[in-house]
Every structure is written in C-alpha cells, then in structure tokens.
Design a binder for this molecule. Structure first.
Ligand SMILES: NC(=O)C1=CN([C@@H]2O[C@H](COP(=O)(O)OP(=O)(O)OC[C@H]3O[C@@H](n4cnc5c(N)ncnc54)[C@H](O)[C@@H]3O)[C@@H](O)[C@H]2O)[C@H](O)CC1
Ligand SMILES: [K+]
Length: 451
C-alpha cells in the first residue's frame, strides 16, 4: 500500500489529493447509510484521522449535524490541512454520539497497543448501539497481520481505502468488520495484494451439450463409504454431467444415478472422458490409500485432493505431477499438516497458502470462516458463509462441488470460487442446523440463484 501511494505521489498525485479521494469516497458510503441522521467522526493523529476530517467536512456540506472527537491534534501536514478544511467543531474529549459513528482513529499506521483516551473511545463505541463504520481498518487492528491491538467493536461496515489489507480477510478480526466495501483511489498496481471474490454468473449447459461435455467426475473412495457419497451427490447437483464412484466397497444406500466402478483403479481412471478426479473424502491414510491417491494424481486429470489425502501429500507423491491442475482444500489443521510436509513456515493463513502454492504449484483453497484461495497469479478471499457450515461432512460437499465445476471448465481458481459461492448459498438455503446430506441436496437449488 505504501509503495502504491509512493508510486502515485511520484507520478504527481499529492497526498492531499489521495486523502480527498479517500475521504470523499468514504463519505459517499457514510451518507448512504446515515441517510440524514446525526454522525460523529472519531479522528486520530495520523492520516486515517485526516480522512476523518475530510469525511466530516463532506457530510457537513451535505447538511449533516456532524461532531468530531479528536483526542490529539493532527501529527502530519496532510492531516493538519484536512483539519483546517473542516468548518465544524472538534472536541478533544467526549463520547461517540449520533446514529452513525465513523472510526478514523488509526489505519495502517497503528504501531502499538491502543491505550488511554483512544482505547476508551473504542470501548464506548463497542457498547453503543449506533451504526459503526471503520475507515480503512478497525482502529484496534494491525492491518498486515489482523492482530487485535485494542478493543474491537462489532462494526456494521468497513471501508477499505485503495486496496484490501490482509486484516480484511483474516479471522478473528474479519468477523468484526461487518460488510466490506473498497473505496477506489485509482492507485497504480494497488490491487495486487488480493481481491474479494465477486459473485459468479453460471450458465445452463449449451443446447448441444451432453454428459461428457458437461464433465465426467470420478470420485475415488477409500475405507469409509459415507463421505464420498456426499461428494458424489454434491457433484451431481453442482452441474457435472456424469459422476462415477471408484470404490471396492458395495454402497447399498448409493443413489440409483451413481455409477459405481470396482476393479482396477488406474485402469478406470485412464478413461479419457473423465474431466476431473476427487480423492480424499473417506480415503483413510493407509498405504493402500496412498496408492489410490498416487493413481489419481498419475491419471494426469485435474484433481481435487481433500480430507485424508491431504495428510498423504508430500514432495514424493507430487513428483512429476502437473500440479497446476491440482486443487487442495485444507482446513486450518490440514493446512498446518501440509506446511509441515512441504517445509513451509508462515504466521498467517494467507502467507501459508501463498508459500504452499509457490513451493508446490498447486491451487490452495484454505477453508474456514476466512476462506482464501491462492492460485496462479491471484489471492482471492471471500465473505464468510453461514456458521452452520461447521458440520461434519460440509467439506466433503464442498470438494464434490469443486470437482464438478473443475470438470466443466478445467480452471482451478475459478472452480474454487464458484464452489465456495455455491456452498455458501446452499447453506443459506438449508436454514439452521442442517446436516451435510441436506446441504448436498440443496446445491442445485443454490446453483439456480447464479444463473
Ligand atoms: N492508502 C492510501 O492511499 C491512503 C491512505 N490514507 C490514510 O492514511 C492512513 C495511514 O496513515 P498514517 O498516518 O500512516 O497512520 P495512521 O493514521 O494509521 O496512524 C498513525 C498515527 O497514530 C500514531 N499511533 C500509532 N499507533 C498508536 C497507538 N497505539 N496509540 C496512539 N497513537 C498511535 C502514530 O504515531 C501516528 O501519528 C491509512 O490507513 C488511510 O486511512 C490517506 O489518507 C488516503 C490515501
Ligand atoms: K480506522
């Protein structure tokens, strides 16, 4: 961010111009939610505070009753200029009043724990029932690591300035940010950090489609029969034209539409009509399971590696495999296990996923309330889905959806994005305390909402 700002300023844009863009852009959103009600802006001593004075002046000009609380005078020239441009009153003390409170105490310049008057203001904000807006990041949050360095109110809206910071998509702080919007500052190459996944638009199969063109998904079963059945149902309902279960077991409760192939796995996976392979759900971690994982990877097909199979992945197993077609879907614990297997060290989820991608070439879908996808050239993050997704089997369903989307177009990052959106929507449609089976059975209804 600092580099992007410097580049903009070297190219002749003044810091004041950037602050005006940030403040006016943010004020536009504040105006939309305040809708004429009283507003209070909390201003810190740095440029985040400077943004606050610009916001306050913009609201005042729109006829708002605006109060500003600033425990310290501005410490930068640009913030001083913004302070001088604000025609309203500034109090150095007081409590955040008004229907809408805008938090401009600290942005990415937060350097240590928040204490004293600043902490007091954040604590009062946390206990008030006003509409809370954080500018750039919540002021008690370290923008690079997402570490909370002070009281963390539950905000209704967080307006990121210029580009998303890592804190915007790391738990636990992202859960306190409410809705997230990005205020563009037209900074060159500021968007390189990461992007918030945009709602995908899916389409019905073309008129001349057939089951193989829509994609044949092969799901490799292992020791436990239940999990892969969830993945198969999710894949069938997420748009796959044909789903086969490669299993040595009999599955008496398998749906009639599901074709079950026994016999030689490598032989079966060599069928060139197979468009994607899913291995992991219910696989187990035995040598036999490892053999089935290797057969899946050696098939050369686009492959989703999930659950147990993630504990079997290492440099030997991916040796000679075209990992650009491999998607791995670790939750926190599995991500830690993968980092250990591939000697990756990092202290937050994004960096772990990024380094794992750099070391292995695989597309990493690091799951959780703060799901992040790192693949070729991009880091994508997502708004959290329903917390009811924290149910056994929900990962098997997601893996099946990814395999179906991957079978359709063969693009790993796109398949992950579509699948996370479908998974979240299926959860929303399933209501409260749903089972993984109900979640899987809702996937096609979810798909309808993206057509
Ligand atoms: N990204 C952009 O293009 C723009 C960013 N803007 C805004 O500028 C802030 C970053 O401003 P900066 O002055 O670097 O830092 P802060 O305003 O976040 O605060 C630093 C300020 O606060 C003091 N300080 C730091 N920690 C503490 C603490 N725990 N207790 C007390 N005081 C503390 C520090 O000494 C400094 O004085 C960015 O977030 C955007 O909001 C531009 O305005 C617009 C373009
Ligand atoms: K802030």
């Amino acid at each position: 961010m600092r580099a992007a700002e410097r580049a903009a300023m070297d190219a002749g844009t003044s810091e004041w111009e950037l602050m005006l863009r940030a403040g006016e852009g943010a004020a536009h959103y504040v105006h939309r939610v305040a809708a004429g009600r009283g507003a209070c802006v909390l201003c810190g001593p740095g440029n985040n505070g400077g943004d606050g004075y610009v916001i306050a002046e913009s609201l005042r000009r729109r006829g708002y009753a605006v109060s500003v609380i600033a425990p310290l005078e501005p410490a930068t020239d640009t913030a001083r200029k913004a302070r001088s441009e604000f025609r309203g009153e500034v109090a150095s003390d007081g409590s955040p009043e008004g229907a809408v409170v805008v938090d401009c105490l600290f942005g990415y310049g937060l350097a240590r724990r928040v204490e004293g008057k600043f902490a007091g203001l954040l604590e009062e904000l946390a206990s008030s029932d006003c509409f809370k807006i954080a500018i750039d990041v919540p002021s008690g949050v370290e923008s690079d690591t997402g570490k909370a360095l002070g009281p963390l109110p539950d905000y209704d809206l967080t307006l990121a300035l210029g580009a998303w910071k890592q804190a915007h998509f790391l738990m636990p702080v992202m859960a306190a940010m409410g809705s997230k919007r990005l205020v563009p500052l037209n900074l060159p190459h500021a968007g390189r950090v990461a992007r918030l996944s945009a709602r995908p638009r899916l389409s019905a199969p073309p008129k001349d489609s057939h089951k193989y063109r829509r994609g044949l998904v092969a799901v490799v079963a292992g020791d436990m029969p239940g999990a892969p059945l969830l993945s198969c149902e999710a894949a069938m309902r997420a748009g796959a034209g044909y789903v086969k279960l490669m299993s040595d077991h009999s599955h008496p409760d398998a749906p009639a539409e599901l074709v079950i192939e026994q016999a030689d796995l490598s032989e079966n996976l060599s069928d060139e009509r197979i468009s994607s392979v899913l291995v992991g759900p219910g696989l187990g971690r035995s040598d036999e399971a490892r053999g089935r994982l290797c057969a899946a990877l050696e098939s050369g097909k686009p492959c989703v590696v999930d659950a147990d199979a993630l504990h079997l992945l290492d440099h030997d197993v991916i040796e000679g495999v075209d990992t650009s077609r491999i998607v791995v879907t670790p939750h926190e614990g599995e991500l830690a296990a993968l980092c250990k297997s591939f000697d990756v060290e990092a202290d937050n989820k994004l960096d772990r996923a990024r380094k794992l991608h750099d070391v292995t070439g695989m597309t990493i879908l690091a799951k959780g309330p703060d799901t992040i996808c790192v693949g070729e050239g991009s880091a994508v993050f997502f708004d959290a889905g329903s917390s009811w997704l924290s149910v056994a089997g929900s990962g098997d369903v997601l893996a099946g959806i990814i395999a179906a989307r991957l079978a359709g177009h063969g693009e790993p990052v796109r398949a992950c994005e579509e699948a996370v959106w479908l998974h979240h929507e299926a959860a929303r449609l399933s209501g409260a305390a749903f089972t993984a089976g109900e979640l899987a059975s809702s996937v096609n209804r979810a798909l309808e909402n993206f057509l």
